[in-house]
Design a binder for this molecule. Structure first.
Ligand code: TXA
Ligand code: MG
Length: 350
């Protein structure tokens, strides 16, 4: 399949053509990758089961993993049976933005989209490009992250092209994803609502709406038989670079000491190693390719850089990546959730 790659610029005539072409492809059952503020999405008409099936094939995605529907308006009564009061408050406060609500779906949504669940995830992205495209497509758009399943999600158009060129009809670029980790998922079919995936809207922010909102217990540990994550996608190894990623958690100076030891060991055996750390620690390592994710005082910056940095490590062709752990509050919770999965839970506490 030939994939068209086009970037939104500020040239209104060219841009208009891009939106029209991409909107038409979506209406006709094709696949379009597009930017959102969280990560790039791979979109298809959410109401067309044949179109949605193509997403699963293009990504190599397990069929039991439901998709999130993207809308350009807060008015979603055509898609879901009921919007409970607390869900409405969450929508009013955080849409457009990096937050997905899970609600009971109406029959208009095909079972392929919801992976046979009777619920559906919906969000209104805070990206001008995404919103315009959805509006022009005149349909709700099902869109998982625009990566091959298992790989780090793309926050730059080049990474979508890397993964999806030849597998989709159209790729729209034009902005980098600002948040850098996927949306927070809140299950609003239970009361109080439950956070199934941490993201840019933090638990602390949600508790301002209802202090009883909690995290899915399965998020607090490695998935096991006792705690199955309620978001099917959270059970897979995910977001992973090709290199083996290991997380070193503990007091800053101690983690630096241990990382320096491990790096020597790997290098002696002939391996290339990348170290992911903060601006503040850049000069504290003796060996290896040292890369900063951002300032330790700015977790948002670290989240924004996370997936792109994992992909850059693969560009460097290192065999190992050692990453310092972060505090699990605010956006730190989403950062550590993605890192733990990317590392396949290879976490060393020191
Ligand atoms: O920020 C985002 O949400 C991005 C951008 C493109 O919008 N999309 C995204 O989609 O992350 P995806 O497919 O990579 O992740 C969707 C997650 C999966 O873990 C899936 O299991 C969960 O949402 N999910 C979807 N529908 C669900 C439902 N009805 N109940 C529980 N979990 C659901
Ligand atoms: Mg994904």
């Amino acid at each position: 399949m030939d994939t068209i790659v086009a970037k939104i610029t500020n040239d209104s005539l060219t841009d208009k053509k891009i939106y029209e072409q991409a909107g038409k492809i979506l209406r006709e059952g094709g696949l379009v990758a597009f930017p959102t503020e969280t990560v790039y999405g791979l979109g298809a008409n959410a109401l067309d089961d044949e179109a949605v099936k193509k997403i699963f094939i293009a990504k190599g995605r397990p069929q039991d993993n439901p998709l999130i529907i993207h809308v350009s308006t807060k008015e979603i009564s055509g898609l879901v049976k009921d919007v409970p009061e607390v869900a409405q408050k969450i929508i009013d406060k955080f849409w457009p933005g990096p937050l997905t609500v899970i609600l009971e779906k109406k029959d208009i949504i095909p079972n392929v989209t919801s992976a046979n669940l009777n619920t559906i995830g919906i969000r209104m992205p805070n990206s001008e490009i995404a919103l315009k495209l959805i509006e022009l497509a005149e349909r709700p758009i099902a869109a998982p992250s625009a990566n091959i399943s298992g790989r780090p999600s793309p926050t730059e158009v080049e990474r979508c092209v890397e993964d999806l060129n030849g597998r989709v009809d159209y790729i729209i670029g034009g902005e980098s994803s600002d948040i850098g980790v996927e949306s927070t998922i809140v299950d609003c079919t239970v009361n109080p609502p439950l956070v199934l995936r941490p993201g840019g809207i933090t638990l602390e922010m949600l508790k301002e709406i209802n202090p009883e909102i909690e995290l899915d217990k399965a998020l607090k540990s490695k998935p096991n038989d006792d705690f199955k994550p309620k978001a099917p996608g959270m059970k897979y190894k995910h977001y992973a670079p090709n290199a083996h990623l290991k997380i070193i958690k503990g007091k800053n100076e101690k983690t630096i000491e241990i990382i320096n030891e491990i790096v020597e060991n790997y290098i002696e055996k002939g391996n290339d190693v990348a170290i992911l750390t903060t601006n503040e620690n850049l000069n504290k390592f003796n060996n290896g390719k040292v890369i900063s994710l951002g300032s330790e005082n700015d977790l948002k910056e670290i989240a924004k850089n996370l997936f792109e940095t994992l992909r850059k490590c693969d560009d460097l062709r290192v065999q190992y990546i050692l990453c310092q752990g972060f505090e699990e509050n605010g956006v730190g919770l989403a950062i550590m959730n993605r890192l733990n999965k990317a590392a396949g839970y290879d976490i060393l506490e020191v």
